[in-house]
Design a protein around this ligand. Structure first.
Ligand code: ADP
Length: 490
């Protein structure tokens, strides 16, 4: 079928699905707009039950051969995938920026290289899973990481390329075949990813992309009986809906959800580094699930530290994410902008003090100033709920017990950041904060081998290194009685 495509900053992007190694159109389409200036980027195919059925069928047919290749057989193909991804680095970066408004420099220097690494790292790591034996006096337990089947991968708009590859890498390396449902507010880099996979020689049906609206394509996908895994990154309400589908079919589900992470600054910390890192929480206009959005400062350095953070934030340019000087770009969509400003207006009405920001920025319709609230009640909405915009809160503490209690006072548990000059104090606080990841005197350092995920409503499960394979594989134990094959092995 003749395809529909768009030209985005000189890059041709297919607006159709990618199923069984072919572009597939749909009669229904939805518009994707650029948050930079509202430009209409294209009308993307809106899939439903029929396209999901085709994609899951294709993935099911492709599964036996892909699984049979083994980790060694898949590794060179996945390395080619990573290499081809890097060859399209500039295209991926400009399309991601146009589609979701994230900073072009960040996409070029950080997101695209990391996305390639997501593929190659897990292709290599899969080899380390082989020949895992646990000896028992009667038997040898031969633990195998077998491919599970068809995995559904559902991704959000704030970091589509990064988060799609973070799932695609281990899921493919594990020997699964995939149906990816990209986010409807930023669907385009995933379409490029399909072209790249094809160029790299992934067999047809191994990676399928069904574009569409969450409640339609996404809903049809998670309710499909042919799935072996569902991996989801997105919001808590959507996770609850998907979780019900997963529960009906007893399909293992991993979920990485929102956060309201604490950012703790002790009096003896390197305050300059801490202040720069607080300013860094406004990255991607605060549309980052891991952001430390509750700044908790030890009382006796409050004024000194506030001055440092204020100075760091004052120098941040809000504007076009394609400009190298820009530090804060636009919010993704008018609906999301209204959600963020709703939080801000309600916080003001409830009496929170605006330390800076709090208003629309001059750069355009979807741009909002980096904002800091102080004096909000601990149980106020702005202290408890994820805003997913450039909006932080400021609180002080006097004792470690107090800051641990404040840190743990929301329903979330995704991450936390701690700046502290004393190792034993840092480890004591860090070990008591409920979070999947605690960064001490650093931020956003994510080793692909390390576990990553959320506690409480921030998620289900851990991924990274072997943890990813614990989810994406069917782990089997072949327990063989010792000596039962005789000396010659039977
Ligand atoms: P956000 O608030 O970040 O947009 P969502 O949880 O709404 O988060 O969306 C994340 C992803 O989940 C998107 O790809 C979206 O299309 C998809 N999605 C939304 N609703 C559903 C649903 N009912 N079933 C499956 N996927 C869905």
């Amino acid at each position: 079928m003749a395809g529909s495509s768009a030209q985005i900053a000189g890059v041709t992007v297919s607006l159709d699905h990618w199923i069984d190694g072919k572009r597939v159109a749909s009669a229904d389409r939805f518009a994707t707009l650029s948050p930079i200036d509202g430009a209409h980027l294209g009308d993307v195919a809106a899939g439903g039950q029929a396209e999901v059925d085709q994609a899951v069928d294709a993935a099911s047919r492709a599964f036996p051969a892909w699984a049979a290749l083994g980790a060694e057989g898949r590794q060179p193909i996945l390395h080619r995938f990573a290499k081809e991804l890097l060859a399209r680095a500039d295209d991926l970066a400009v399309v991601e920026t146009a589609d979701n408004g994230s900073l072009l420099m960040g996409n070029q220097h950080r997101v695209v290289p990391r996305s390639a690494q997501n593929i190659s790292f897990f292709a290599d790591w899969a080899l380390t899973l082989l020949d895992h034996k646990i000896e028992h006096e009667e038997v040898t337990n031969n633990v195998r990481y077998d491919p599970a089947g068809v995995a559904a991968l559902i991704t959000p708009w704030n970091a589509p390329l990064m988060l799609t590859t973070w799932k695609v890498g281990p899921a493919l390396a594990a020997g699964n075949t995939l149906v990816v449902k990209p986010p409807e507010w930023a669907p385009l880099t995933c379409s490029l990813l399909a072209d790249i996979a094809d160029k790299a020689g992934l067999p047809p049906g191994v990676l399928n992309v069904v574009q569409g609206i969450g409640e339609e394509a996404g809903n049809a996908l998670v309710n499909h009986p042919g799935l072996a895994r569902i991996s989801f990154t997105g919001s808590v309400p959507t996770a609850r809906i998907i979780g019900q589908a997963a529960a009906r079919s007893i399909t293992p589900m991993s979920a990485e959800l929102g956060g309201k992470s604490p950012f703790i600054v002790c009096a003896d910390a390197d305050l300059d580094a801490a202040a720069q890192t607080v300013a860094g929480q406004y990255i991607n206009a605060g549309q980052v699930c891991l952001a430390g959005t509750r700044i908790l400062v030890e009382q006796r350095i409050e004024q000194e530290f506030l001055a440092k953070v204020r100075a760091a934030v004052t120098h941040m340019t809000v504007g076009d994410p394609r400009a190298s000087a820009t530090r804060v770009g636009p919010l993704i969509h008018p609906e999301h902008y209204a959600r963020v400003t709703g939080f801000v207006e309600r916080a003001k009405a409830a009496g929170a003090e605006v330390l800076w920001g709090g208003e629309q920025a001059d750069a355009g319709a979807l741009y909002f100033q980096p904002t800091m609230f102080a004096g909000a009640a601990p149980d106020a909405e702005i202290s408890q709920q994820e805003v997913f915009g450039p909006v932080l809160t400021w609180q002080t503490f006097e004792t470690d017990e107090e800051v641990i209690a404040i840190a743990n006072s929301t329903e979330y548990g995704l991450a936390g950041t701690l700046f502290c000059g004393n190792e034993s104090r840092a480890m004591r606080i860090a070990s008591q904060v409920v979070a999947g990841t605690l960064w001490v005197n650093c931020f956003f350092v994510r080793d692909l081998a390390a576990p990553f995920g959320g506690s409480r409503v921030s998620g289900i499960g851990r991924e990274g290194g072997t943890y990813s394979f614990d989810f994406y594989c069917d782990i089997k134990n072949i327990a063989v009685r010792k000596g039962s094959f005789g000396a010659a092995g039977g």
